[in-house]
Write a protein that binds this ligand. Structure first.
Ligand SMILES: N[C@@H](CCC(=O)N[C@@H](CS)C(=O)NCC(=O)O)C(=O)O
Length: 212
């Protein structure tokens, strides 16, 4: 397997965590955003969406981190990232999508670049935007995770899941942009616990070979 990655990509961070949890060997191929390598013709030929990550496996190239993670889950079910109960699976996917669909895309590099260049926003404006959408998303997620974690150490009780894999990279971004996290004690406590686990720690941006 080959993972097209960038150390600071939070969507790639999710896939790195999943690969580590499942103990899968994978060659990492960095694509530097600063050099626009994710827009190069060779990468666009692999992933026409021009976004990181992509996973080359079984003669195909998969894009979209959650599709990749669900593929890994189906192909390598042990250890599981989703429980078997349909209701639990839907609740975990709901928390995951709250991050991956409702928070993360609003703060993507191409969105921030558009704010900066086309809409003439300075760093202050861009940072306000960034923190705003994390705060809006985390406000609902805090309630949801508080209920579903039921005082345990994962987003869904005692079950390590895809929701945890989505939470840690988003929390990393929240801290990087100095978001006020005091309203989100449950999310902070769960993320702090997850960050101490080897599969999560090894996937963090600073631990990647392409980190600068
Ligand atoms: N929904 C996609 C998002 C992928 C994505 O937005 N990746 C970011 C890095 S986290 C990216 O490639 N950004 C480049 C850009 O915005 O130009 C996924 O989950 O894989």
């Amino acid at each position: 397997m080959k993972l097209y990655t960038f150390f600071r990509s939070s969507a790639a961070f999710r896939v790195r965590i999943a690969l580590n949890i499942k103990g899968l060997d994978c060659e990492h191929i960095p694509k530097a955003f600063a050099r626009n390598e994710h827009r190069s013709p060779d990468y666009l030929a692999l992933n026409p969406q021009g976004l990181i990550p992509a996973l080359e496996t079984d003669g195909a190239v998969l894009s979209q981190s959650l599709a990749i993670i669900e593929y890994l889950e189906e192909k390598y079910p042990d250890p599981p990232l989703l429980p078997t109960d349909p209701l639990a699976r839907a609740q975990i996917r709901s928390m995951s999508l709250a991050i991956a669909c409702d928070i993360h895309p609003l703060n993507n590099l191409r969105v921030l670049n558009y704010l900066r260049h086309e809409l003439a926003q300075d760093d202050g404006g861009v940072n306000l935007w960034y923190r705003h959408w994390i705060t809006v998303g985390f406000t609902g997620l805090e309630q949801q995770v508080r209920a579903l974690s039921a005082g345990a150490r994962f987003c869904y009780g005692h079950t390590l899941s895809i929701a945890d894999i989505c939470l840690v990279p988003q929390m990393y971004n929240a801290r990087r942009f100095n978001t006020d996290l005091t309203p989100f004690p449950t999310l902070v406590a769960i993320s702090t616990h997850l960050e101490s686990l080897p599969a999560f720690a090894a996937a963090r941006p600073e631990a990647q070979a392409d980190a600068v």
